[in-house]
Design a binder for this molecule. Sequence first.
Ligand code: NAD
Ligand code: MG
Length: 378
Amino acid sequence: MKSVCLLGSTGSIGVQALDVIKALNINLLAIAANENIALLERQAREFKPSVVCVRNEKYYSKLKENLKDCNVSVVAGEDELLNLCSVNCDIVLNAIVGVAGLKPTVCALQNKKNVALANKESLVVAGEMVMNIAKKNGCEVIPVDSEHSAIFQCIKLGRPFEVKKIILTASGGPFFGKTRKFLENVSVCDALKHPNWSMGKKITIDSATMMNKGLELIEAVWLFNKKPQDIKIVVHPQSVLHSAVEYVDGSVIAHFSKPNMRLAIQYALTYPNRLPSLAGSFSFEDYGSISFFEPDYYTFSCLKLCELAIKKGGLYPAVLNAANEKAVELFLKGRIKFLDIEKLVKRAIEMEHINKNLTIESVLELDCLVKKFVEGLC
Ligand code: NAD
Ligand code: MG
């Protein structure tokens, strides 16, 4: 059984990953999170990793004090978090939210670790660089995002030149079928009510704006080495067909399962092996009928913004991501309205300053600049 380092252990994916780790009796070497030290402490006591890292140094002394009776090394700060990516594990599961996940992804790959990647933002902001680093170091990036996990599995059934199209499914989120007029006044509470998935707040808002599907399109471009026009987004409200691959002969190979992230997390951890999982069996009769629709690009214009950003290439996806992270934060704080999210992202990607080379430093520098720019617009 592989040994794992889990980054973002207190989040939605992190907690579900620990369910999987417990069920499969996987060796957990290290955990890290930003600041929820009460949960970090409980996790440290239950799973007994060798190292616990709190990214926000403000909480270090309290966590260290609370865990003084445990045989665990307590560390804090970004450098220590990056050090975890070089511990003697087989796989790093990156479940950090946002651009904060980029350096850990890169660091793990540079240390020749396979990465089970939930942090889609790493690929959105610097996908080409991340995949090149993986290749250079002989490592794999194994997707945890349910759609990409599905595609990863379906695409292995043919050869690269036999793939015609990737079909990326979207639930449509809580506002599927609604008009722009309706979206004008939706509340934070309405936007946080996802019909099928219980997730962290940022990705739940991204699902409501459908920015999430646009980010996933960019994620798929880099993971599967495809052009944006070779990826078709299809809305499928039941979220049981997690995505599919169409081959040149017209065959479509699709992946079905109950909507349960533990399955995708487990597959990323046990790949290339399959083991019984906590997700349970899928039965078609439970659903009766399932449906598919074209996305509504007019109402959910974030999808178009993502297509534009990936077509422009370079640092544009990083700008889009930064503007979105800031806009979602402002929306969650009640400082802007729902439709302002897309307006702010649009303003940011219209800026004409984005022709530097793509490096980790340029991505992170621009990330700060764009977040300030967006804040300044409100
Ligand atoms: P979440 O907000 O529930 O958890 C985020 C985790 O990241 C927390 O443990 C937090 O402490 C940690 N974190 C935040 N900032 C950090 C920093 N600067 N340094 C270190 N740790 C930090 O988020 P989530 O819903 O679990 O999503 C995590 C990632 O997985 C996101 O990229 C998301 O898009 C992706 N994802 C999530 C789901 C899901 O079902 N939740 C599905 C697919 C993909
Ligand atoms: Mg997804």
